[in-house]
Design a protein around this ligand. Sequence first.
Ligand code: HXC
Ligand code: NAP
Length: 268
Amino acid sequence: MAGSGLKDGILAGKTAFVAGASSGINLGVAQAFARAGAKVALISRSAEKIEAAARTITDEGFEAIGMAADVRDYAAVEEAMRQAEGKLGKFDIVLSGAAGNFVAPALGMSANGFKTVVDIDLIGTFNVLRASYQFLNRPGASLISITAGQGARPSMYQAHVCAAKAGINMLTKCLAMEWGPAGVRVNAISPGPIEDTEGMRRLAPSDEAEQRIKARIALRDYGTKTDIAEAAIFLSTESAKYITGTIMNVDGGSELGDAGGSAIPDGF
Ligand code: HXC
Ligand code: NAP
């Protein structure tokens, strides 16, 4: 994998299913899975976008299929998985990362606005992970949900995302407990702010907002899609065979809190 510390072919012979993969972080992970040797199935709501996303992988000479399925629709997810299993074999890796976000105060959010994000992020993650169980290579499968710092820390104008991602964190741990005896590991990755993504275009739409965020991060920078892909690959290898139920922060230290020093009294 270009620019990676992980070995080419480390996922050879494996099949991965990635939900929410038409763009951004999840597409970056799907591409990295393929470069590491896995066959990859991708889903998102838009047939046009997901087929184009899959083509970015097949154009590099790797095996991939893209199918339209809304993660809010259990039957559609299950049908996409059935087709993926038929073409690519049982899944060794499942990554659930479909999400929606907009910045709005709770009083500027309708009940349907709140529900929409919870449905995509939390219910969608349940649907993807629950439906995948029958298609998993067991024991040995690695399931990964994509959460966010909002799942651990409250955030202004993000009540819907905070509630949904906190739910994903707990769901991840419960499934790790229930499915561990079958040799299925379930972990979450919590990305920090990642450059060149729709998430950050929505949360920090100006240069000034971006600089303000970076100044508060211990490592003083945004992360990259490759940073998240590396973590997802690691969690799916033998090196992680004793790791389950974790929320892995890949966030430059964002979770630690404000590292910008604004709370330090004058004179220090
Ligand atoms: C208030 C809003 C709103 C806004 C939508 N709604 N945008 N309310 N402020 N800016 C309300 C609508 O009015 C509607 O409620 C309800 O939400 C559903 O809207 P739809 O457009 O019908 O929903 P849908 O087509 O399902 O689209 C879902 C979406 C959209 C989340 C609203 O933005 C989307 O498709 N997003 C996917 C891409 C995305 O968000 N990527 C970023 C992921 S990053 P009413 O009552 O009017 O019917 C992420 C961040 C994590 O998750 C942390 C990063 C650091
Ligand atoms: P993105 O490019 O908008 O990715 C979201 C993906 O989800 C898209 O491919 C979208 O494709 C798909 N999707 C949305 N609703 C769906 C649904 N109902 N069913 C199926 N697919 C759906 O955003 P991103 O910024 O890369 O975020 C990716 C993940 O990382 C999310 O889980 C997000 O919460 C998390 N995250 C991001 C950051 C960041 O810095 N960006 C930080 C922390 C966590 P379609 O539109 O084609 O359906």
